[in-house]
Design a protein around this ligand. Structure first.
Ligand SMILES: Cc1cc2nc3c(=O)[nH]c(=O)nc-3n(C[C@H](O)[C@H](O)[C@H](O)COP(=O)(O)OP(=O)(O)OC[C@H]3O[C@@H](n4cnc5c(N)ncnc54)[C@H](O)[C@@H]3O)c2cc1C
Length: 479
């Protein structure tokens, strides 16, 4: 049997690659991790961590501006944008050691700095260095797409990659793209004081969500004076100086012009596969640029695997770690046993305010696939804690199999929806039905009670009528 320097080489030290390397080192495999940029990848440096930190500052500003609702005098927030961005970088720096080369080296991972390229199915080049391994995992992530709109590239567009170096709050910010990243950042910048216009060519924001969710978030944005323009297709940009310019967009009512001081592009993310040497090895990518893999995350070359954003289709940190487990285990132990990735319960959260959380089947997906479902909706306007907090906007929507309490999908819109969904994710993953959620003590008064009250709403709508009629008669007799 041929021998190699490593059991495993991992290319990319983001959320996916770090977990693959960690698992490999934990099971005493010899593993080399190659990273060309900052360890921690997008999540730590340009994605989840900076965006959630910025959103927090924006929320504090929003509290100040709306304090009167709570009987406390509202004040116009004085935002020190440099400090806001300073805090973003402080938080990154605080988390950084967890993902650092020092830590991973201590854990037993051989860390290499540089840009990696596949030479053949067992060899990787990093500069002049050549490394070999029995298996290789590609975890090279994705990057923001800047569409080829004439003039856009000359307007020094902001993306999630370069946004975090911004030192001055844009007076007028144009956000292109109404997906999760566009919506989160549009709301945050609006709350920090930018006049934000959010445009999308689709007829609704947040395409992965049900229509009621998208409409609610759009209404919330408009309520915060964000100029939301759905059904607008950007056709060209006329740049002026310093990143400013005018966007020309087509809409049903003709061509419109939108002036901006900075433009933020958030129209999607493309897998990083260029320059890896995939073509030479016959490893295919799909029309969206993502690496083609099978259910075991194997590429066309059976000892080369992929995971995380480079594979998709769910570009989330938690999905990167989920896939990383399968990639690591299949790459190291696949000759004995292989595991298919389980996508049956995929949760995600958009961190707008209110948050939008989702897991499993949506109403739209159920209708599209002809799956019959019962829909139970519990309004947060009924929840004591939400009323006390002044956050009674939103709902819990649960999709169940008709005639059963088995949960097929959940959407939650509301404060801390991202925390609330965890109970349903656990229930769905382990086959726990609504009756068991109803039979679980939930602390009063908490937002989490909404989950139990939604289960209660399901119970009332599915009460055993015949049995109740019979019991009613029994009580008449016993009176
Ligand atoms: C603004 C924003 C907000 C987000 N918010 C959330 C959120 O709230 N929750 C959530 O779950 N997800 C969020 N995401 C998505 C999340 O950041 C990604 O899903 C996650 O980072 C993907 O991890 P990954 O390891 O696949 O890729 P990455 O983190 O991109 O890591 C890939 C790494 O590979 C390296 N690399 C690439 N090519 C090579 C090469 N040839 N040689 C060596 N190294 C290479 C890159 O430098 C990079 O460090 C957000 C993303 C953005 C942009």
């Amino acid at each position: 049997m041929a021998k190699y320097d490593n059991n495993l080489i991992v290319i990319g030290g983001g959320s996916a690659g770090l977990i693959v390397a960690l698992i490999a080192a934990t099971v005493r495999a010899r593993v080399t991790l190659i990273e060309q940029g900052a360890m921690g990848g997008d999540c730590l440096n340009t994605g989840c961590v900076p965006s959630k930190t910025l959103i927090r500052s924006a929320k504090i500003a929003h509290y100040q501006a709306t304090a009167q609702r709570y009987g406390v005098r509202s004040v116009a927030p004085e935002v020190d944008f440099r400090s806001v961005m300073g805090r973003v970088h402080e938080v990154i720096a605080t988390i950084e050691p967890k993902d650092s080369m020092d830590r991973y080296s201590e854990l037993g991972v051989n860390c290499v700095v540089g840009s990696a390229r596949l030479i053949d199915r067992h060899h990787v080049a990093v500069g002049d260095e050549r490394l070999s391994a029995r298996s290789i995992v590609l975890a090279t992530g994705a990057e923001p797409v800047v569409p080829p709109i004439p003039g856009l590239a000359d307007a020094d567009p902001l993306t999630s990659d370069n946004l975090w170096g911004l030192q001055t709050l844009p007076g007028r910010l144009l956000v292109l793209g109404g997906g999760p990243i566009g919506c989160e950042l549009a709301q945050a910048f609006g709350r920090l004081g930018s006049a934000v216009t959010l445009i999308d060519m689709a007829s609704a924001l947040m395409p992965r969500e049900d229509a009621d969710v998208a409409a609610f978030i759009e209404q919330t944005m408009r309520g915060e004076r964000i100029d939301v323009r759905t059904g607008h297709r950007a056709v060209r940009v006329v740049p002026s100086s310093g990143g400013a310019g005018v966007l020309h967009a087509e809409s049903e009512s003709g061509e419109v012009e939108i002036g901006f001081d900075r433009v933020l592009v958030a129209v999607g993310r493309r897998a990083n596969t260029a320059g890896l040497g995939l073509e030479e090895l016959g490893i295919a990518t799909g029309p969206d640029g993502a690496l083609c893999v099978d259910a075991y995350l194997r590429t066309a070359v059976s000892n080369i695997y992929g995971c995380g954003d480079v594979v998709g289709p769910y570009q989330f940190t938690h999905m990167a770690s989920h896939q990383a487990w399968y990639a690591a285990v299949n790459a190291l132990f696949g000759r004995f046993r292989r595991f298919k990735v389980d996508y049956s319960v995929v949760p995600w959260v958009t961190f707008t305010d209110p948050e939008v959380a989702h897991a499993g089947l949506s109403e739209a997906a159920a209708a599209e696939r002809g799956i019959r479902v019962d829909v139970t909706r519990y309004e947060l306007g009924d929840l004591d804690r939400a009323l006390a907090d002044g956050s009674a906007q939103g709902w819990v929507k649960v999709l169940t199999r008709p005639g059963s309490d088995r949960i097929l999908g959940v959407s939650i819109v509301g404060a801390h929806a991202g925390e609330l969904i965890a109970e349903y994710v656990l229930a769905m993953t382990h086959g726990i039905g609504l009756k068991k959620i109803l039979g679980t003590i939930h602390v009063y008064p908490t937002l989490a009670e909404a989950n139990k009250l939604a289960a209660g709403a399901w119970r009332r709508a599915h009460a055993p009528e015949r049995l109740l009629r019979w019991v009613g008669r029994l009580h008449e007799i016993l009176r």
